[in-house]
Design a protein around this ligand. Structure first.
Ligand code: HEM
Length: 431
């Protein structure tokens, strides 16, 4: 169980390649098996590297287990965050978020067109450069996508730059040591979150005063204001923050993972390119992509799912046992923390043949999808999974057709524990 209080937390959090399970889990599993006990984040903990057990935990949310993130996460995300609340309140705000995300995914021309126009304008801007940091560029792209659909802010608006700066400060602090001392990354993150919240709060006040709707279709904020959700202002702010935080770094991370793995698999890249050439040939010049096109991007979906399996954007989630729970030969004592580790199932040789190999064709077998859980599961399964995949697929369409590139060095994705590229994924643009 390690040292008093900190237990084995530092060893558990030690960065490692995200397409591996890291030395801590490797050693523990070799010694104690795929489910073992430890002391992490201040709590006695059951760590599970077993897919079946992970699914059991996730499927029993609110019955036997409950989402339970460490206190510093509460301070950074805010007490109303969807990730932290449970019961009826969770159900209520989740249904609002799901409504918005489903709406964004629907074939609403405005949304899809903006996604494509923005992807093309980013790709065009890269053509004038010799080198870009792909992960950083992707973060900016997905940030602007979220800003447009949440609060209808265009990339050129100075407010976008201010919120983007604050969001980056927030993200740095989210993964730092939780020391609330002025000047630390953690303290700066809490301040940055407060500033973004006040900006959203002021927008709500203005829209309520003017009773104006921004555009015909309405953005997410309009929908929250005019909808029949009866939400308090602080709840609306919290939902906007949740969607912004949860939706921008994950999708950009997914885009970067796809590009990283494609750079190592020329055959997969060529197959992907061919799929998009065929798709382009079917369209009238200038015609936008739509939901039907997305459904036809079969190999693209394999490429994306395989990047999620190998790259492990989200390594694990936090739960706690609500009562003594028996599962097979294990007993999890009430109050203990439980950490289902997704990456270990994704890279388990008993579940996946040659698990460390990036092989999109393995998704031809429909059974593969039952052996992974990149979006979690149960009541809290990610509501943005389809949106994140769709944005990545549409971006890839233009990326594989419009630009030639190669990665400058092997900037391997790291699990810190959130997925990160240490150098931002440097990419050379080829003329
Ligand atoms: C593209 C890659 C993405 C990955 C790998 C991912 C992964 C996850 C995972 C594993 C969870 C479950 C957390 C838990 O059980 O504690 C989650 C929850 C969530 N995700 Fe995603 N996500 C992605 C994209 C998105 C997008 C694009 C959005 C929104 C626009 C989004 C919004 C959310 C929200 C609101 C939750 C909380 C759900 C709840 O607690 O009920 N995600 N995500």
């Amino acid at each position: 169980m390690g040292w008093p209080l900190i237990g084995e937390t530092l060893a558990f959090l030690k960065p490692h390649k995200s397409n591996s399970i890291g030395s801590f889990l490797q050693e523990k599993c070799a010694r104690y098996g795929r489910v073992f006990k430890s002391h992490l984040f201040g709590w006695p903990t059951i760590v599970s590297c077993d897919h079946e057990f992970n699914m059991f935990v996730l499927q029993n949310e609110e019955k036997l287990f409950q989402s339970s993130y460490p206190k510093p996460v509460h301070d950074v995300l805010g007490k109303l965050s969807m990730m932290l609340v449970s019961g009826e309140f969770h159900k209520k705000i989740r249904s609002v978020a799901v409504g918005f995300i489903n709406y964004s995914c629907k074939p609403r021309c405005g949304n899809y067109n903006f996604l494509e126009k923005l992807s093309l304008s980013f790709i065009d801007s890269w053509k004038a450069k010799k080198e870009i940091l792909f992960f950083n560029e992707a973060k900016e792209l997905t940030f602007h996508l979220m800003m447009k659909s949440l609060i209808n802010i265009e990339p050129e608006d100075p407010l976008a730059a201010t919120i983007f700066r604050d969001l980056q400060t927030f993200m740095k602090g989210f993964v730092s040591l939780p020391l609330y001392i002025p000047g630390t990354a953690y303290a700066k993150a809490i301040k940055a979150r407060t500033r973004i919240s006040s900006t959203f709060g002021e927008m709500i006040t203005k829209r309520r005063e003017k009773k104006h709707i921004i555009n015909e279709e309405g953005d997410c904020l309009d929908e929250l204001l005019i909808g029949k959700h009866w939400l308090r202002d602080e709840e609306i702010v919290s939902i906007l923050l949740d969607l912004l935080f949860a939706g921008y770094e994950t999708t950009s991370g997914l885009m970067a993972l796809v590009v990283y793995f494609l750079s190592q698999s020329p055959l997969a890249f060529q197959t992907l390119q061919e799929e998009h050439q065929v798709l382009k040939a079917r369209k009238v010049v200038g015609e936008y992509l739509n939901w039907e096109d997305y459904k036809h991007m079969e190999f693209t979906s394999y490429v994306i799912c395989e990047a999620l399996r190998c790259g492990n954007l989200v390594k694990f989630v936090h739960r706690k046992a609500l009562q003594d729970v028996k599962f097979k030969e294990f007993v999890i004592p009430r109050g203990w923390q439980v950490l289902p580790i997704f990456s270990s199932a994704h890279l388990d040789p008993c579940l996946h043949e040659k698990p460390f190999q990036y092989n999109p064709w393995r998704w031809d077998d429909s059974a593969t999808s039952r052996k992974v859980s990149p979006f979690g599961g149960g009541l809290r399964i990610c509501p943005g999974s389809e949106l994140g995949k769709l944005e990545t697929a549409f971006f890839l369409h233009h990326f594989v057709l419009n630009i030639r590139w190669k990665l400058k060095e092997d900037d391997c994705p790291l699990s810190c524990p959130y997925m990160e590229f240490k150098r931002g994924l440097p990419m050379e643009i080829i003329y």
